[in-house]
Write a protein that binds this ligand. Structure first.
Ligand SMILES: Nc1ncnc2c1ncn2[C@@H]1O[C@H](COP(=O)(O)OP(=O)(O)O)[C@@H](O)[C@H]1O
Ligand SMILES: [Mg+2]
Length: 229
């Protein structure tokens, strides 16, 4: 069987000439379907650079990335966008919701881009909000929601399009411990109940505990890779 995700010797250089900076220095990594991986490491170690490449938002300067057998760096920008829209979900530290728009509409938005009709869109969005415990908040604008609730809306939006792979870059970076734990429990159940493969960037060891595998980054290189039973 083909690997779900395979990275081979990924390098990432930002800038040119004298200003060139190598943020990733040869990263090789496989992720199997159904894994929940935490990517840890100090600020500036290249975590977001790697997450952006995994999410097909960016490409490596060198190396190979295979996603479900597809050679990602060999795709055009439009093909990558299509792959992303159909198979990959994102959650960021800043929730990136439209403030004056309701929770429901925020979750519906990516479904609109997929050309799904209004009625079905609403139904899927409501189901997604229910999964994160916010069904009763569907018609509130996101500006009226707490940070923890906003992040849950962002999760609902990310899973509405039924991604195979969910990328979360410091998803609890702006939240207190209680809200962070709520987010981790949701991620864990998306992984175990829906089988969504997750890669979560975090620098908080307490949050990494929720994952089944921990990668440690330092200075653009993978330092350690350990799985939990
Ligand atoms: N677009 C960019 N242009 C130039 N340098 C960048 C860019 N993005 C990231 N970097 C640099 O690459 C290094 C790794 O960044 P990043 O992947 O964001 O690390 P992390 O997420 O672990 O904090 C940092 O030194 C950062 O300044
Ligand atoms: Mg980062």
């Amino acid at each position: 069987m083909k690997d779900f995700i395979a990275l081979k010797n990924i390098h990432k250089v930002y800038g040119k000439g004298e200003n060139a900076f190598e943020a990733l220095k040869g990263v090789s990594l496989r992720i199997n379907k159904g894994e929940f991986v935490a990517l840890m490491g100090p600020s500036g170690s290249g975590k977001s650079s790697l997450a952006n490449i995994l999410g097909t938002l960016d490409v490596g300067s060198r190396g190979e990335y295979s996603f479900c057998g597809v050679d990602v760096f060999g795709l055009s920008q439009n093909q990558r966008a299509l792959l992303r829209r159909n198979y990959i979900g994102f959650i960021f530290q800043g929730f990136n919701l439209l403030a004056r728009t309701t929770a429901l509409e925020n979750v519906e938005l990516p479904l609109m881009y997929k050309g799904i009709k209004k009625k079905q869109r609403e139904q899927i969005a409501l189901e997604s909000l229910e999964l994160v415990g916010l069904k009763n908040w569907a018609h509130h604008t996101s500006a009226k929601l707490s940070g923890g609730q906003q992040q849950r809306v962002a999760i609902a939006r990310a899973i509405a399009s039924k991604p195979l792979f969910l990328l979360a870059d410091e998803p609890t970076g702006n939240l207190d411990t209680k809200r962070s734990v709520e987010i981790m429990e949701i991620l864990q159940s998306l992984n175990s109940d829906l089988g969504i493969t997750i890669l979560m960037v975090t620098h908080e060891p307490d949050m990494a505990q929720y994952a089944s595998r921990e990668l440690h980054f330092l200075d653009g290189k993978l330092l350690s890779d350990s799985s939990r039973q």
